[in-house]
Design a protein around this ligand. Structure first.
Ligand code: FAS
Ligand code: PHB
Length: 389
């Protein structure tokens, strides 16, 4: 079998890239390790930058997002007794849309099926061959039978644990990593959100985040030990801890209920360079990971998809390889800015096991500066709504 672009991974990166390419007449085949149901069962990101919203509309999957997404013009940052509302409209000409990644993935799958996209689920033993030649191919097993697809290009959209990044030789690949000494315990509950905007709360007891999916579906997170487990937490213990970490006015009005999902995400900053090796491109979590504090994971995958889809469309339309030749440098320039913001938000708002009294005073000074400076709030707003593509 032969195609133009093989996409490895059927998460948001692979789905959005495939949709944009197929709609431009470029033939793709997407290989996904799991079932569609498994991919759709993942509860992950919740905040979409304007750039991602625009791409979803361009991909023809913006209708439900427009009807059901919540546009937010600000967010609340609280630190101890200090509360700061950062006003996106005051400092930027953009906003964010609260709409779960699960819904984005659902909408993209529906659109891929409507286009009769070539997608193969439950694949095993995916191997990339001859990526550094003019005749790359991908080998995989499906229901015990081995298949080979030859192609022009391969998009590695297979996440942090995928095969694509591992295909790039150690002599070529450079990796940068910071693992944080804590995780996030997340809970989904069919309860009304405690506030109409997100609350990023830091207290002496630790970090908490109040988010949402809709008017009766809330998403909450609390900082937890790096080796913690969801089984260690009853719902009551979660709600009690959350109340301790958010401002009193919200703790008093918090509506609790049974958790319908409870999971722990590790926090790390990670970047691998380059994001291209021969005919193989890395896209999204396959190339980089951010701590979710800045809501940049899914949104940085989206800018990768933008640059890569534009480059491939330019190539197939004109033969000009400028876009794909510049992909890695262009994507990494924005990736590192997202890494910085996510690291800054995480360092500012979490309690670190080994932090000194000086470290705590630095956090307090940063918060005091943020509260007193319009310029500081403008910088946070510009990064949160998404830097330009
Ligand atoms: P994904 O990991 O989503 O998708 C990769 C796909 O490739 C998966 O479906 C996988 O099954 C498949 N795959 C892997 N190996 C393969 C192989 N060898 N062959 C074929 N297929 C293969 N971001 C936020 O902004 N906010 C959050 O709160 C947040 N929470 C997160 C919680 C967790 C537990 C994780 C892991 C991530 C979270 N993220 C969050 C980041 C997340 O949203 C990612 O940025 C986003 O899923 C990136 O999408 P993809 O690049 O498509 O990678
Ligand atoms: C979420 O709603 O899951 C969410 C929102 C903002 C973040 C992280 C997670 O920074």
């Amino acid at each position: 079998m032969r195609t133009q672009v093989i996409i490895i991974g059927g998460g948001p990166s692979g789905l959005l890239l495939g949709q944009l390419l197929d709609r431009s007449g470029i033939e793709t085949v997407t290989l996904e390790r799991k079932s569609k149901a498994y991919v759709l069962s993942r509860i992950r990101a919740g905040v979409l930058e304007t750039g991602l919203v625009d791409q979803l509309h361009a991909a023809g999957v913006g209708e439900r997002l427009k009807a059901e997404g919540f546009v937010h013009d600000g967010t609340v940052i609280s630190y101890g007794d200090t509360q700061i509302r950062v006003d996106f409209a005051e400092h930027t000409n953009a906003n964010v849309t609260v709409y779960g990644q699960t819904e984005v993935t659902h909408d993209l799958y529906a659109a891929r099926e409507a286009l009769k996209a070539q997608m193969v689920f439950d694949v095993e033993n995916v191997q990339i061959e001859d990526a550094d030649s003019d005749a790359p191919s991908v080998v995989y097993t499906k229901d015990g039978t081995q298949h080979r697809i030859t192609c022009d290009y391969i998009a590695g959209c297979d996440g942090f644990h995928g095969v694509s990044r591992k295909t790039i030789p150690d002599t070529v690949l450079r990796e940068y990593e910071k693992v944080y000494p804590f995780g996030w315990l997340g809970v989904l509950s069919e309860t009304p959100p405690v506030h109409d905007e997100l609350i990023y709360a830091s207290s002496k007891a630790g970090f908490a985040l109040c988010s949402m999916r809709n008017e009766n579906l809330s998403r909450y997170y609390i900082q937890c030990a790096i080796d913690d487990s969801p089984q260690n937490w009853t719902d009551d213990a979660f709600w009690t801890t959350l109340r301790e970490r958010i401002p009193q006015e919200y703790a008093e009005t918090l509506v609790t209920g049974p958790s319908i999902e409870k999971s722990i995400a590790p926090l790390r900053s990670f970047v691998s360079e380059p994001m291209r090796w021969g005919r193989l491109f890395l896209c999204g979590d396959a190339a980089h990971i951010v701590p979710p504090t800045g809501a940049k994971g899914l949104n940085t995958a989206a800018s990768d998809v933008h640059y890569l889809s534009q480059g491939l469309i330019q190539y197939y339309d004109t033969g000009d390889t400028g876009g794909i030749d510049n992909y890695s440098a262009k994507a990494l320039a924005r990736v590192w800015k997202a890494e910085r913001f996510s690291w800054w938000m995480t360092s500012l708002l979490h309690q670190f096991p080994d932090q000194s009294e000086f470290d705590l005073r630095m956090q307090q000074a940063e918060i005091d500066f943020l509260q007193s400076s319009d310029q500081a709030q403008a910088v946070l707003a510009q990064n949160y709504v998404g830097l330009p593509y």
